[in-house]
Design a protein around this ligand. Structure first.
Ligand code: HOZ
Length: 425
């Protein structure tokens, strides 16, 4: 068994803390919720991370979603090598942008027009501005525990890092702006109907992760997404799906395909960048046409449509199509689920999985919303996390994140993990 963080990681972390707030460039990475210190990665290949001290970890974070083929997949590296001699950024139009737009709109039928940005945060932020511009209304509805990046209007009762660190409403956001965001419990049909009845035609948009994956992982109850679609139609509000996590991961057409719901706008990221920084948002042409320079809603970006990111993303999507990756992931997921459930046995742990995303809550469940998720014993989670890490299995360092696996994860990886799970539980 390993003893814990290696000396080189420890040395780097102490240097990092002097110069980088918390020593990290994104709060979830700081291990605050699980104790200990983060390890520093030297190399990522397939299903494995190797740290600067030479320790190997079976990785179930998968760079928080993008690594769907595994780390450093050959088709992506090949594509990067092919485009890199032509330059790293053009700041103007390229054929890759047209190819990516064609790819996304062919996979996601609701996307009639698409624009590329650099992160999921930019994508959701742009959807909100566009929805307000289109409807001429100000109110936004979001759900407790859903996280849509660090956008001012959306950091209200947010999941992920804010929830992990006990600050679901961030400081620094004007009260007047936060007041324009109404939050509701996920899966609460009555609460949504009531709000629409009260606010009627003041609601610009409803934004949600169709499968909330930033407070652990829970699923929409049958009919919930349909009800949101119906209410948005009835009251003229825009339905925004944040598919930054689920897009191109659960299915070619993401959660919209799985649940058969067409969003008006959707935000994407992660998988479509092949591990490089990217985001995108798209949807109904009549809404997208309001964007500058065609319309009055402003949005722009120096690195938007970056050739390296697009080449990597296209290569990843083409490979997924070529090998029918989503079906393979589902088959792997069934195997993982079966042996994880065996390892869990009768212990008070609630296991959720959809496609290649999963989560263990330290409560019997059911978990259908943020309040249920918060019943999980986070001390038990932290202990579980540390035991797994010591055995070389890396889960997300927070109860309020989702775990991922990739096509590079083998059956023997899962079996090794199940053995570790049995011990850790
Ligand atoms: N908020 C991200 C996951 N839900 C974490 C990003 C990161 O730390 O890289």
């Amino acid at each position: 068994m390993r003893k814990g963080i290696g000396s080189e990681s420890a040395r780097l972390f102490s240097q990092a803390k002097k110069l980088i707030p918390g020593g990290v460039n994104s709060p979830a990475r700081a291990f605050r919720a699980v104790g200990g210190q983060p390890f520093f990665v030297a190399k990522a290949r397939g299903s494995t991370l190797t740290d600067v001290d030479g320790n190997e970890y079976l990785d179930y974070v998968c760079t928080w979603g993008p690594a769907i083929l595994g780390h450093a997949p050959r088709p992506v590296l090949r594509a990067l090598r092919a485009v890199e001699p032509n330059g790293t950024s053009f700041g103007t139009c390229s054929a890759l942008e047209v190819r990516m737009a064609q790819m996304i709109s062919s996979l996601v039928p609701s996307v009639e027009k698409i624009r590329m940005v650099n992160s999921g945060t930019e994508a959701t932020m742009s959807c909100i501005r566009l929805a307000r511009g289109f409807t001429g209304r100000d109110l936004i509805v979001k759900f407790e525990g859903c996280y849509h990046g660090h956008v001012d209007s959306l950091l209200v009762r947010a999941g992920s890092g804010p929830l992990t660190h006990g600050q679901p409403d961030s400081a620094g956001i004007p009260k007047a702006l936060a007041a324009l965001t109404k939050t509701l419990p996920f899966n609460d049909f009555e609460a949504v109907r009531e709000l629409f009845k009260r606010e009627k035609r003041s609601i610009a948009a409803v934004i949600l992760e169709p499968v909330p994956a930033n407070a652990g992982l829970y699923l929409p109850q049958p009919g919930f997404l349909e009800e949101l679609r119906h209410l948005c139609n009835r009251y003229g509000a825009i339905l925004i799906f944040d598919e930054v996590m689920t897009g191109f991961r659960l299915a070619p057409g993401g959660a919209q395909e799985i649940f058969g719901i067409r969003a008006d706008l959707a935000a994407f990221g992660k998988v479509i960048g092949g591990g490089l920084p990217v985001g995108a948002f798209g949807g109904r042409a009549d809404i997208m046409d309001l964007l500058s320079p065609d319309g009055p809603v402003y949005q722009a970006g120096t690195l938007s449509g970056n050739p390296l990111a697009l080449a990597a993303g296209l290569a990843q999507l083409e490979e997924l199509q070529r090998i029918d990756g989503w079906k393979r992931l589902e088959r792997k997921g069934r195997h993982l689920e079966q042996i994880f459930l065996e390892a869990i046995g009768k212990k008070p742990v609630c296991f959720h999985r959809i496609g290649s995303m999963f989560c263990l809550y330290f409560t019997r469940g059911p978990v259908r919303n943020l309040d249920d998720a918060k019943k999980s014993n986070t001390k038990h989670f932290a202990k579980f996390f540390r035991t797994c890490l010591q055995q070389g299995v890396y889960f997300p360092p927070s109860q309020f994140e989702t775990a991922f696996f990739s096509l590079a994860h083998s059956h023997s990886d899962f079996e090794k993990t199940a053995t570790v799970l049995t011990e850790a539980l």
